[in-house]
Ligand binder design. Structure first.
Ligand code: AR6
Length: 358
């Protein structure tokens, strides 16, 4: 998986390079900077003294000394100043310049902390959004197979409660009510307390499962209509279409769908957050059975409809169930055409689910 979000202490990461969220002097400090210097030993500071500081948004490289990582890339994030002082651009350039420096130095893997989101006060949610979108663009548009880890020290509750995921939260809650699945631990108490859903809202939350014409203002009328709609979706298929589906394997369907989409193979596996070698394996073996996270990644990258996604998953032996949080998030994203695998992974990470890709 070319970009993985993980929860860990960055000083423990066994990668070619770890990134340090430093200050302009490069002479150490608190937070992740302090942790890296402590773990690397005094030789790191000695080498840093030779670098003569670093501009905000730029990056410089040193050896890793006693760290498991071969290199430390020191970058200086912006101090949060309300968001009007070019903070977003500066933060994005920290990721971009660090990635370039890593590639130029032959690194095959790199781990980032969430730069600026601690002592420098950048709102964590926005900092994460910038990190993910900048890394994504780099991986999509630069010719590199570098493996990137975004390392978060703590759980990402801040994401689960964020406004950006409010609709997803409602969707999971609605499904929870409908299916009576136990998602007691899915939502924080704060999020639950802040959500008093009005009937209409709830209906729209269930949203695209119900056709617009079926929506009525009266909540009690919504349920039977919805059941009918779901039954319709589950109507038996013709024998011919079942046989056709049985004939085509996952790998064959993937190749056909890539051709139909007009994408090239690299465009597709990069968009799916899939490693080139894994893609080659799937491509060359018609009977390859991918993991569910891999199959889902391709369904999203190919922007399949929910029915097509279900079909593709079925070929690999999987289904989407309403009693699994992972499946609900995937279903929500497909229904709402949120096909950006990297953003889907942010949602999955927020809910402590396994991430998509391979
Ligand atoms: N592993 C992974 N992430 C960590 C670790 C760790 N060991 N320790 C902290 N974080 P910060 P900044 C997270 O404050 O905001 C220093 O004094 C932390 O939870 O380290 O860019 C420098 O010298 C947060 O999400 O860096 C500068 O003066 C993220 O790393 C200033 O702090 C960044 O927090 C830079 O501030």
């Amino acid at each position: 998986m070319p970009l993985q979000i993980v929860r860990n202490d960055i000083t423990k990461m066994e990668v070619d390079a770890i990134v340090n969220a430093a200050n302009n002097s490069l002479l150490g400090g608190g937070g992740v900077d302090g942790a890296i210097h402590r773990a690397a030993g005094p030789e790191l500071l000695a080498e840093c003294r030779l670098l003569e500081g670093c501009e905000t948004g730029q990056a410089k490289i040193t050896k890793g000394y006693q760290l498991p990582a071969k290199y430390v890339i020191h970058t200086v994030g912006p101090l949060w100043n309300g968001g009007t002082k070019g903070e977003a651009e500066l933060l994005a350039s920290c990721y971009e310049n660090s990635l370039r420096l890593a590639v130029v130095n032959g690194c095959e893997s790199i781990a980032f902390p969430l730069i600026s989101s601690g002592i420098y006060g950048y709102p964590k949610e926005e900092a994460l959004e910038i990190a993910v979108s900048t890394i994504r663009s780099f991986l999509l548009f630069e010719d590199t197979d570098i493996m990137v880890y975004l390392v978060l020290l703590h759980r990402a509750e801040f994401l689960r409660d964020s406004e950006r995921f409010a609709e997803l939260r409602r969707y999971i809650e609605d499904m929870d009510r409908m299916t009576n699945i136990s998602t007691v631990n899915i939502m924080s108490e704060a999020a639950r307390a802040s959500q008093k859903l009005e009937p209409k809202r709830r209906m729209f939350g269930i949203g695209s499962l119900i056709s617009a014409k079926a929506l009525k203002a009266d909540e009690s009328a919504a349920m039977p209509l919805m059941d009918a709609e779901m039954e319709e979706a589950a109507a038996p298929q013709s024998l011919e279409s079942i046989l056709k589906q049985m004939d085509e394997t996952f790998s064959q369907m993937l190749k056909r769908k890539i051709d139909e989409s007009g994408m090239t193979d690299p465009e597709c596996y990069r968009k799916a957050n899939i490693d080139r070698r894994l893609f080659s394996k799937i491509r060359s073996d018609d009977h390859y059975r991918p993991k569910k996270v891999t199959a889902v990644a391709f369904a999203l990258a190919l922007e399949l409809s929910l029915d097509e996604a279900r079909e593709m998953l079925m070929k690999a032996g999987y289904a989407l169930s309403h009693s699994s949080v992972f499946d609900l998030i995937v279903e929500y994203c497909i229904i709402h055409e949120k096909y950006n695998v990297y953003e889907v992974n942010e949602m999955l990470f927020a809910y402590d689910q396994v991430l998509i890709g391979g």
